[in-house]
Design a protein around this ligand. Structure first.
Ligand code: PEP
Ligand code: MG
Length: 592
């Protein structure tokens, strides 16, 4: 019997096949040192013997390779992944990274160590961020550093010769994308997270992936084949006949259910007896709009704007922000609302230009709307840009503030919004009449104050990731506390029920844009609690739509009632799991 190890689901699907090990540090192809073999154009007479020239030449070559990968992804209609490699191509020649590497080389470090050190510094800054998506960019910077080193050292990655499943501590997205089409059947990683780019890429290409498999690399030592279940998060090394038969049966059942789910795509999401639930997409930039529209999103429920504020030496100007917002507004047009979230930065997202003092508890610190007290202009400029972008696109913008904790926070948002409109009028851009303005409910005090907040704003959007973290007092990035991080905990659900009641009284809609909204079990409970809109990653929308179509309004009402009366998250999952049959209940997704 093959050894089974439980990890975390990364990308849906089942794969079985030969195992291909990817080792981050490949041995040099020609036993070369940097000066002798900068290869594939990088040496070109400039690198030999001069470490600084070698670093510069290799970084230029790395940028060229990454641009070519971006082109390849565009050719496959994978705009998101193309965006990743475009960004990496910029990182490869980023002056800060290069200056750091060159300074280290000039101070006597060998070029390889200099580049690795510079990349480690840059990735360390990103890795410390509490936002999972942004922290996942840390791996991209390390990957760029490793590519520059490989070019300097004349190394190659030996790709699999037959269709295989990649097994690694971590798999850089650029390696995953370089593997020739058809040769990558699945991915199993000891490290990684569901939001790591290699996993996003795998999801985009329909390749099953499992992440966070403890001890995988060592356990896989002598194995020749592996089975990967991207739904449950399990892997089996050298599966025997009966395990192979189980996997084949699961694969068939999954294929049938995703065919059925995809068939519902053109239709609005609703329960079997006609209760509508609006399905929206979470996006992180303009390059993600096509995927969201393809998935049938009726708009964007959460446009995370932090990407504009990262990897820079100064805050983006109002003018620089207008274009990306306009592109998103235009892609969705006047009938599909786009909710722009004001920058969720500050605290331990210590951007160099913010000059914030270090904090002992950054998650409880000066973050998001609280930043206005220190740097009002940061949010003001963003709001002016949103007014102007919406005017150019001819749409009514929707905006929300994260981390609202008090009624004063909500009043401040309205004040900033109105000041921004008055100031934006001077730009000459046409401006929309109004901005639909909401608050995120992700701090327990905001949930408790829902009746008062609902009288001030146009909508609520519940951020279950943070609401769970703050309700359970469990740092969302601490894997040791994963058992406290399930948003289906009745303590969180009771707060959500109160938020819905407060919103109903004032007649405003409630959305959920945390990860719970993208899980079938979560979607059923939330719809039962009376949530009007669910916003999730585009890749989750099919299965949420299918889950809703399989239940009736009375079933959801009964589920919600029982969930609110429960005392732990596991019982709530079991209750929702019964309604999701005949699909097997999923293991809870870990967000950590
Ligand atoms: C949330 O907290 O649920 C949320 C959607 O915001 P983020 O994950 O970006 O903090
Ligand atoms: Mg949040």
């Amino acid at each position: 019997m093959g050894r089974r190890i439980a990890g975390t689901p990364g990308a849906d699907g089942i794969a079985v096949g030969p195992l291909w090990r990817y080792l981050a540090a490949e041995s040099p192809r020609r036993g070369a040192s940097f000066g002798a073999s900068a290869g594939s154009g990088a040496s070109a007479g400039s690198g030999a013997g001069d470490p600084v020239a070698a670093i510069r030449a290799a970084s230029a070559e790395a940028a060229r390779q990454l641009e070519a990968l971006a082109e390849r992804m565009r050719g496959l209609d994978r705009a998101d992944e193309a965006g990743i490699f475009d960004a990496q191509a910029l990182m490869a020649t980023d002056p800060q990274l290069l200056d750091e590497a060159v300074a280290r080389a000039e101070a006597g470090e060998d070029p390889r160590t200099a580049v690795e050190g510079a990349a480690a510094v840059a990735s360390g800054v990103l890795a410390a961020l509490p936002d999972e998506l942004l922290a996942a960019r840390a791996a991209d910077v390390r990957d760029v550093g490793a590519r520059i080193v490989r070019i300097m050292m004349g190394q190659d990655v030996a790709f699999p010769e037959t269709p295989s499943i990649a097994v690694a501590e971590d798999l850089p997205p650029s390696i995953a994308a370089e593997i020739p089409a058809g040769l990558l059947l699945g991915v199993a990683l000891e490290g990684g997270s569901p939001t790591a780019h290699a996993v996003i890429l795998a999801r985009g290409l329909g390749i099953p992936a499992v992440v966070g498999v403890p001890g995988l690399v060592e356990a896989a030592g002598s194995a020749t084949s592996i089975a990967v279940d991207g739904e449950s998060g399990a892997v089996v090394l050298d599966p025997d006949q009966s395990q192979l038969a189980d996997f084949a049966a699961r694969a068939e059942a999954l294929a049938a259910s995703s065919r059925a789910a995809a068939a519902l795509r053109g239709r609005p999401a609703a329960t079997a007896d006609g209760e509508r639930v609006i399905l929206l997409a979470n996006i992180g930039g303009p390059e993600e709009t096509a995927r969201a529209l393809e998935a049938g999103a009726e708009g964007v429920g959460l446009f995370r704007t932090e990407f504009l504020f990262m990897r820079r030496q100064s805050a983006p100007s109002e003018d620089e922000q207008v274009e990306p917002y306009r592109r998103v507004f235009e892609a969705f047009g006047p009938r599909r609302p786009v909710v722009v979230r004001l920058a969720d930065i500050g605290g331990d997202k210590a951007l160099p230009y913010l000059d914030l003092p270090p904090e002992a508890n950054p998650f409880l610190g000066v973050r998001a709307i609280r930043l206005a007290a220190r740097s009002r202009e940061l949010l003001a400029a963003q709001l002016r840009a949103i007014w102007r972008a919406a005017g150019r696109a001819g749409v009514t913008p929707h905006v929300m503030a994260p981390m609202v904790a008090t009624v004063a926070d909500a009043r401040l948002l309205l004040e900033l919004r109105d000041e921004a409109r008055a100031a934006a009028a001077a730009s000459g851009d046409p401006l929309p009449e109004r901005m639909v303005t909401g608050v995120m409910i992700e701090v327990p005090s905001a949930a408790i104050l829902a009746p008062e907040l609902a009288r001030l704003v146009d909508f609520f959007s519940i951020g279950t990731n943070d609401l769970t973290q703050y309700t359970m007092a469990a740092d969302r990035s601490n894997p040791a506390l994963a058992y406290l991080q399930d948003a289906l905990h009745p303590a969180v659900l009771r707060l959500i029920a109160g938020v819905v009641a407060g919103a109903d009284e004032a007649g405003i809609p409630v959305a959920v844009c945390g990860e719970l909204a993208g899980e079938p079990a979560g979607a059923l409970v939330l719809a039962g609690l009376g949530v009007d809109e669910l916003s999730a990653d585009a890749g989750s929308l099919d299965r949420v739509r299918a889950a809703l179509a399989g239940v009736t309004r009375p079933q959801l009402a009964d589920l919600a009632k029982r969930a609110l009366a429960a005392t732990d998250a596991a019982s709530v999952r079991a209750m929702a799991g019964e309604l999701l049959a005949p699909r097997e209940p999923r293991e809870p997704r870990s967000r950590a």
